[in-house]
Write a protein that binds this ligand. Sequence first.
Ligand code: AMP
Ligand code: ZN
Length: 115
Amino acid sequence: MADCIFCKIANKEIPSTVVYEDDQVIAFKDLEPQAPVHVLVIPKKHVASIAALKSEDKELAGHILCEVIPKIAKEQGVTDSGFRVVANTGAEGGQTVNHLHFHLLGGRSMQWPPG
Ligand code: AMP
Ligand code: ZN
């Protein structure tokens, strides 16, 4: 989608520090890390948010959650220590980039509830 910063990252029109890539998904380091490990995992195709996912996206969503995120967590060394996966959705959810992304955060102790 034109003017979508994460589509541009997926298309390599904007540089990023890529930690994982396959035909459907790309993952890169967050520009403003909130933890020692802070990776954004996105589908290459434009989906605005979890709220915009459709039944046809089941395989993609399952791939991200069942395969890609656990693999990156392992590679980043946070599987045993624990990590957090966050998908801010919509205005009150705190979403600022309207292209579905999962924050993978780890390497420090997390607080709950979130602010
Ligand atoms: P959210 O607020 O959940 O929509 O998260 C958007 C995230 O994207 C924030 O954590 C930003 O720091 C991050 N971000 C924005 N632009 C870039 C970029 N060009 N490269 C990497 N991360 C980015
Ligand atoms: Zn996009």
